[in-house]
Design a binder for this molecule. Structure first.
Ligand code: ADP
Ligand code: MG
Length: 595
């Protein structure tokens, strides 16, 4: 039998390889922009014709190439960026595979013009289907211009596969946005069919985001900043109210390289949980810096997928950081609950001298506790009919009370409607609060705080409760034991067949305990636990759900007021921990319109 294996000619090999790097015009844009950045350009122009199908040109003012380099740059595996294998783990440049230009030249007509600063004349090279058709000296400014025409001219199947101009242009714009976001100091121009699409001036990140996504973006952004030994994060997330129905503006950069990562996207999404509806997507621009040796960029030809050494830790840090920043920037309601019209300075008083008010505040005074009871803790002792835990920060509490008690005035402030809503008047109109969701929110935040601070308030059971579960379910609960104990559960660890509960958190009704564990096991099975954060979160949620005031329950005036006040000192009172609205308002304007 004769031998049948032979080596493919270069141009065929190049075409095959090109398929990996160049899927569509936008891929060419990405590669050319990245090369310009690696060449230290400060001004980059992108000129596109017919969604890149006719031509794509990138002009930069970077360092340019010598005659020899210009010729070599189109060879496969020709790169100036790495020289040995270990360099792969210390990448400082966008490119390193040395195959973009070779790939592009295999499937298009390419014209290169380039000149280095110190040279008098530059070099012009034309290549068609990997073959150099012309090379000559030219007069050209320092820097490089590469024009890519008639993409896929020699692969009709590929060309026919391209989408409409609108879609392909969108992809190109996306690529430009990614590169421009990562390099706000660089000036970018983009023209499509001679119309200016972008002129992005040198700026900082925030200005760049606003320049790309519009002026309105400015007020939406919440800064993110965190530094840990394995990762630092900077950037912005948009406030929850600006979340989108479509997965639009979500940007992750790792060491200034745009990457796609469903896993880390999930971390951000979870950080927004309870703040945005389930079908909404948060907007974010997050820049991660990790040690170069802890991330592998070389797992995909387009370099947009990466592999992290500490994926799980990174997930947890991102999640916690975003959550924390949202809390810090008090991305909560802009309702004017605390504002009392009588506190507004009347116009005629404006120029009068300020007099320091002589009111003394008794910090230990708490309106909702019987004066004989001394402390907040007393709220947690013993099972009462309905207890609404109030966050521990007294000062914060005082300043944000919606209803300050007034012993003379016992008139109506809230009203229960259909044993479902608590209705009250507010300055701008009326508010309707969903009693169950509101209480879920209050409890959820309280439990989370307890678990992080580790202060358990437990209620001893007279008769321990014995519950039976399957082995895997028992193991699940065992895994959560520490967290459960941190919120007040006390277990007897004698047997493996039964769960014996001797104490429970102080707000849980005995009748709810079995339900709670069922729910907890169920949610643990559904959720892929990514980190210890999400476990704590799940427990807090499940417990809040089990213990919250149910619909149909009549509440006393005091209970209503406590609930409302507790809700509005929550970090995120707008939604329940499950993403449902806790309240709605009807403004006086709306009422006026109806009457
Ligand atoms: P890589 O970027 O992976 O090195 P490319 O095929 O994209 O591979 O480019 C090959 C080489 O050509 C680069 O390493 C660089 O030396 C040179 N080059 C490409 N584009 C430019 C440019 N705009 N300015 C200067 N040099 C460039
Ligand atoms: Mg490159």
């Amino acid at each position: 039998m004769s031998d049948i294996i032979h080596l493919l000619p270069d141009h065929v090999a190049n075409q095959i390889a090109a398929g990996e790097v160049v899927q569509r015009p936008a891929s060419v844009v990405k590669e050319l922009l990245e090369n310009a950045i690696d060449a230290n350009a400060t001004i980059i122009k992108l000129l596109v014709k017919d969604a890149g199908k006719t031509s794509i040109q990138v002009i930069d003012n970077g360092k340019g190439m010598s005659v020899t380099d210009a010729r070599l740059s189109f060879e496969r595996h020709a790169t100036s960026k790495i020289s040995k294998a270990t360099d792969l783990f210390n990448l400082q440049t966008k490119g390193f595979r040395g195959e973009a230009l070779a790939s592009i030249a295999a499937i298009a007509h390419v014209e290169l013009r380039t000149k280095q600063e110190q040279d008098e004349v530059g070099t012009s090279i034309c290549i068609e289907g990997s073959k150099v058709s012309r090379q000559e000296p030219v007069t050209t400014p320092t820097g490089t211009s590469i024009a890519v025409k008639n993409l896929f001219y020699n692969i009709p199947a590929r060309r026919n596969f391209l989408k409409s101009d609108a879609v392909e242009t969108r992809h190109i714009v996306n690529e430009l946005q990614r590169v421009a976001l990562a390099h706000p100091a660089i000036t970018f121009f983009m023209y499509h069919n001679d119309h200016e699409v972008y002129h992005l001036k040198t700026s900082n990140l925030k200005q760049r985001i606003v320049a790309i996504f519009g002026k309105k973006t400015n007020e939406k952004l919440v800064p993110i900043q965190e530094k840990t030994p394995i990762l630092s994060i900077t950037g912005f997330v948009a406030k929850p109210e600006f979340a989108k129905k479509s997965r639009g503006e979500q940007f992750f950069f790792v060491n200034n390289r745009f990457i796609k990562t469903a896993y880390l996207n999930h971390a951000v999404k979870i950080a927004f949980e309870g703040l945005i509806a389930n079908n909404q997507h948060p907007t974010y621009f997050l820049f991660l810096e990790v040690p170069t040796e802890s991330v592998d960029i070389n797992i995909h030809p387009t370099k947009t997928e990466v592999k992290f050494e500490n994926e799980k830790d990174i997930y947890a840090i991102i999640r916690a950081t975003v959550k924390h920043s949202l809390g810090q920037y008090n991305v909560a309601p802009v309702l004017d609950f605390n504002r009392d019209a009588s506190m507004d300075t009347p116009y005629s008083f404006k120029n009068k001298k300020q007099v320091e008010p002589g009111v003394k505040v008794d910090r230990s005074f708490n309106p909702f506790i019987d004066k004989k009871e001394a402390s907040w803790e007393s709220l947690y002792v013993g099972a009462k009919d309905v207890e609404i835990p109030v966050p521990d920060n007294e000062e914060e509490h005082e300043s944000t009370q919606l209803f300050t008690p007034n012993e003379e005035n016992t008139s109506f402030r809230t009203q229960q409607l259909h044993t479902k809503y608590i209705v009250s008047t507010i300055k701008s109109g009326m508010v309707f609060i969903h009693q169950n969701r509101a209480h879920e929110r209050v409890l959820y935040e309280t439990y989370l705080r307890k678990m992080t601070v580790g202060e358990a308030v437990s209620q001893q059971l007279l008769f321990p409760i014995k519950l039976a579960y399957s082995n895997p379910d028992m193991l699940l609960i065992k895994e959560l034991q520490d967290d459960l104990e941190s919120i007040g559960f006390v277990f007897e660890n004698k047997t493996n067949e039964h769960l014996i509960i001797k104490g429970v958190p102080s707000h849980i009704e005995e009748s709810e305990i079995a339900n709670f564990f069922e729910d907890l096991i169920q949610t643990q099975k559904e959720e892929t636990p990514h980190s210890s954060f999400s476990q704590v979160d799940q427990i807090a949620k499940t417990l809040a759900k089990s213990c919250a005031i149910k619909l149909g329950k009549t509440l006393t005036q005091k209970e209503q007021e406590e609930l409302v006040n507790s809700l509005f000192i929550c970090k995120e009172p707008n939604t329940s921990p499950f993403g449902k609205a806790c309240f709605t308002t009807i403004t006086i304007e709306e009422i006026n319109k109806r009457l």
